[in-house]
Design a protein around this ligand. Sequence first.
Ligand code: SAH
Length: 338
Amino acid sequence: METLVKYTYEELENYIISSGEQKFRAKQLYSWIYSKSARSFDDMSDIKKDFREKLKINAQILDTKIKAKQISKDGTIKYLIEYHDGNCAETVLMRFDNRTNLSACVSSQIGCHMGCDFCATAKCGFVRNLEPYEIISQILTIQQDTGLKITNVVFMGQGEPLNNFDNVCQAIERINKDLNIGIRRITISTCGIAPKIKQICNSKLIPTLAISLHCADSKTRKEIMPVEKKYNLEELKDALKYYCEKTGKRVTFEYILIGGLTDTPDMAALLCDYIKDLKCNINLIPYNPIGIDKYKKPAKKDIMLFKYLLEEQGKKVTIRLERGADIDAACGQLAGKI
Ligand code: SAH
């Protein structure tokens, strides 16, 4: 059984020719799979019947199943996708009433080995990397299921995208080409693998970068994010300066406000100092509980004060709208459970 989403356009053409069909059928098939998000060969009305029947016997569009699906009050949809080997990863569709953007939050790995103490994904350990087509399959699943066209992709699901570097770069190329999503609308989020941040500047397509900083005090950061022991704040900053200079792009810092730990005025001052000479935006994420709660949600007044202290220094700050918390689809809550 051939899985068609594995193929690039050129490979699809070869497959069509080798099955004795004319080359232009590849274009039709490609358009049904990626632009029209067909769920089955029967949907492909302009493809002649006997070829469709042949495809039904020999091929499938995806090799995944939707194992579970949850819809939040706010319209967020979380899918648990089962891969060919029985492993599952989550993908989330986020929509915002006042925007036309439809964002897919995709996973790059099954599990994660970064071990951030506040993150539900980390508690599952690491299982394996996802292949480029397995990342594309997540977006196609959303499109097929909802009939909507994804406009933005963020690598903020399970896994550390820069630890699956080649596959993620290939997936980005295909998201751009096959799904026709502009590179400015593709963002990867990393906990700060400094050498890979530099390396991505040499890619054909350079995505927008979001950095899970979460704390600008090295000692505290080490306690909550083991990556700080390997690539510390200084090394990270060096890589970010390189990225900004080389690409002319701005980075976004993601910063989790954990009550009494990272949300204090002292921490705000350290953050201001850390980012002062970087072109950046700041996205504050109030901590989402993950069940084992040694960490606390921040108080509303502390969130507002923290935001004010950054803005006072001329920084552009947004507070991340919490999406899908009622279905455990919010940041850090993706643990692959049903
Ligand atoms: N590994 C990448 C991609 C994951 S993105 C990275 O670290 O950036 C998921 C985002 O949610 C990260 O910024 C992560 O730190 C954040 N997050 C994890 N647990 C969280 C929690 N309990 N509450 C709020 N945000 C959390």
